[in-house]
Write a protein that binds this ligand. Structure first.
Ligand code: NAI
Length: 302
């Protein structure tokens, strides 16, 4: 297979002024992709706004001889999401790729978490992803082409102390992908999710410098570039990685066990059922809700 090219394609990258977003944008631009680089430029907690970081990346990409337009809207507002997509349509007439990358953290243990800590996280990681993806979706449907990348986190997939807001919002993106992969299928819109580990202002305070040096965002962008390419044959997949190591994550289902409904009791569930479905090594990935439901239905004796 030859090199992946993105000539005449148009990609929106949210949070493109930050570490991973900048790297994704440059990776695609180097392969000929036109770029709409969005970033509000706030603090990592989601405070303030500054065009500076995104503008710098816009100029860096333009210096490569590639077309790149900056957008400085907050994707948490409906208008903001619309404006990002409008920038793509006004400047390039199409949108082929959306990389939902913008992010903030507001870490605090649950008993100290305020409503603002919750709402701010949801406004970027859930509403923001909805706003941009929803505005881009009709253009992708009309063009019968689209590539969407969600950015979840190990904190959501596996859980992390002090990140109840962030963990749950990041899993909302997995849920969006699971449903969108079905709605996009007949329109050639592919939706996948990454769970990255990379050097950025978010990880600089928790990872030691030798480790940070290995976790360059470019390793994540290689995976993102494939997921954004024409030849990508994945949809609905979760890829995790960092530092050059890649793995894949599935939501799995155990083959299960059956008791006639007339015999079911809480005690039976405690004493018999739980043990029979406890072995995670028997669990298997399922492609969608239909198959998962059938995995249950086929055992019921009517
Ligand atoms: P970063 O802080 O360098 O970049 C995030 C960018 O998003 C910032 O430039 C910020 O201004 C922008 N942003 C935040 N809210 C926005 C809004 N409402 N509208 C527009 N732009 C907004 O952080 P990093 O590490 O590059 O993060 C990128 C994504 O990867 C985030 O979604 C983050 O949650 C996720 N992630 C990163 C991990 C890591 O190891 N760096 C681990 C797991 C997930």
């Amino acid at each position: 297979m030859g090199d992946m090219r993105f000539d005449n394609r148009v990609a929106i990258i949210t949070g493109g002024g930050g570490s991973l977003g900048r790297s994704h944008a440059i990776a695609l631009a180097k392969r000929g992709c036109n770029i709409v680089l969005n970033d509000v430029g706030g603090s990592f907690k989601g405070e303030g706004a500054d065009k500076g970081p995104a503008q710098k990346v816009v100029e860096e990409i333009q210096a490569l001889g590639v077309k790149c337009v900056g957008n400085f809207d907050d994707i948490g507002s409906k208008e903001g999401g619309k404006n990002v997509v409008k920038a793509a349509i006004d400047n390039f007439g199409r949108v082929d790729i959306v990389i939902n990358n913008a992010g903030i953290i507001r870490d605090v243990s649950f008993h100290k978490m305020t409503e603002e800590d919750w709402d701010k996280i949801y406004s970027v990681h859930v509403k923001g992803v909805f706003n941009v993806t929803h505005a881009a979706w009709p253009h992708m449907r009309d063009a019968n082409y689209g590539r969407i990348v969600m950015t979840t986190s190990g904190a959501g997939l596996w859980g992390n102390f002090g990140q109840v807001n962030y963990s749950s919002a990041k899993m909302a993106q997995v849920g969006m992908m699971n449903a969108l992969k079905l709605e996009g299928k007949k329109h050639n819109i592919k939706v996948n999710t990454i769970a990255p580990i990379a050097k950025s202002r978010m990880t600089e305070t928790v990872m030691p410098p030798p480790m940070l040096a290995k976790f360059q965002p470019e390793a994540i962008s290689a995976m993102v570039t494939y997921l954004c390419s024409e030849e990508c044959d994945e949809s609905g997949a979760i890829f995790e990685g960092g530092g050059g190591y890649y793995t894949r994550v599935w939501i799995t289902q155990h083959p299960g066990t059956y008791i006639p409904v007339e015999q079911v009791t809480a005690e039976k569930f405690r004493d018999e059922v739980r043990g029979k479905i406890a072995d995670a090594t028997q669990a298997k990935a399922v492609p969608g809700l239909q198959e998962a439901t059938m995995g249950i239905m086929k055992h019921i004796k009517f």
